[in-house]
Design a protein around this ligand. Structure first.
Ligand SMILES: Cc1cc2nc3c(=O)[nH]c(=O)nc-3n(C[C@H](O)[C@H](O)[C@H](O)COP(=O)(O)O)c2cc1C
Length: 201
């Protein structure tokens, strides 16, 4: 993990269930003044799942829909088809990348070095540059291919951070559950949130 709070994030989202987790992750990043740049990439399937889960209308302005307001200037949207975008190169100084939620299809491509679209290319770059890469994989049940691919990606340096929320703080709502999960990912990246639940036994 970087030894300073990461300022320049890549946030990618793919066609796995769990758009509410993405929403709370983006809301927390938008609020966090330590984060100065965000390159946001959505796969086509992510937009499809968002339409189902968050009633996203059309394919334009997913960030505005997710945040409930226009995104600040720190957000830059990249097309998943643009393999010439900034984050496709190791020379671009990204501090960390998070894929939330991460489909098992995207996991498979990352784990096997298939870098045809920008999300997988940026993940490939993160691994080769030894930068933090967090994969919030969501699928159930898992077959052996998924488990092998998780092992392969973890072995190459990625953090497997499956979309498995905690229950010991007794979340009162889905929003609270998703927010606390987002806070755990951010804390893992070196961006602890002041209002996160902390276990006191
Ligand atoms: C409503 C809906 C829910 C889905 N949920 C999951 C899921 O939880 N995990 C998963 O790996 N794929 C899920 N899929 C399938 C992926 O979207 C599909 O495999 C897609 O090709 C992934 O593409 P991507 O990795 O480029 O985003 C879901 C699809 C839909 C339409």
């Amino acid at each position: 993990m970087p030894n300073h709070p990461p300022q320049n994030l890549i946030i990618a989202t793919t066609g796995a269930s769990g758009a509410i987790f993405l929403r709370h992750f983006l809301l927390a990043v938008e609020r966090d003044e330590r984060v100065q740049n965000v390159n946001f990439i959505a796969s086509d399937s992510a937009l499809r799942v968002m339409a189902e889960e968050l009633n996203l209308k059309g394919r334009s302005e997913p960030l505005r829909h997710l945040l409930g307001a226009p995104a600040s200037s720190k957000f830059q949207i990249q097309s998943n088809a643009d393999i010439g975008a900034n984050v496709a190169s190791g020379s671009y100084p990204a501090d960390a990348m998070v894929v939330i939620p991460c489909s098992v299809g995207t996991l498979a491509r990352i784990a096997n070095g298939v870098a045809a679209q920008l999300i997988e290319r940026a993940a490939d770059v993160s691994l080769k540059e030894k930068r933090p890469l967090v994969l919030c994989v969501r699928e159930t049940p898992l077959n052996k291919i998924h488990i092998r691919n998780m092992y392969r990606a973890a072995d190459a340096g990625a953090t497997m951070f499956p979309l498995i929320p905690a229950f010991y703080y007794r979340p009162a709502s889905l929003d609270e559950m998703a927010r606390e999960f987002a806070y755990r990912v951010l804390a893992h990246l070196g961006l602890p949130q002041p209002d996160a639940f902390r276990w006191k036994s």
